[in-house]
Design a protein. Sequence first.
Length: 180
Amino acid sequence: MKSKLTAVALAAVVVAGTAAAAIPASAAPAKAGPTRCHTADLKAGFATGDDAKPEMGQTAKQTQAYIWFTNRSKHTCTLSGFAGVDMVGAQKTDGTWSLARSSEKPEKITLGQGDTADFSITLLPVAKSTPQKEKFVPAKFLVTPPNETTHFTLKWPFGGQILKQDGATHPGTYVNPVGL
């Protein structure tokens, strides 16, 4: 089949009376897509608008906090997957809690220069009267972008406390993928 197409192309060149070099489309270099976003390409923070604040004062249901990543580089990059999130507690007994991932499927997000994507953390708040050993009081979050090893340190701005389930198989506090 290839030699037949080459013969037809050569015949067309001869008929036109010009000489040209035929380059198959498969030989043309493919345009590279954007690379993944690295920690150095991004800035991060908690979404603090009224509609983004978690309801830490209620204890009847889960609530959500949102963390955003903004592309501060001069190139387009992609994010796909889950951010690593470690909560550092304010109480001596809290330590650091590495959040489990949800069962949601991640999507690939493309960020142009200045574009922002976010992800949510599902939280299970508890009352202040909950015994100290059963609650985790967040102080800061160590947030690592997907597929990276360097993190951002974000101060927890919302107060409240979370049911301590750092050893649970299916905890009520967990991280969702970027873009969902």
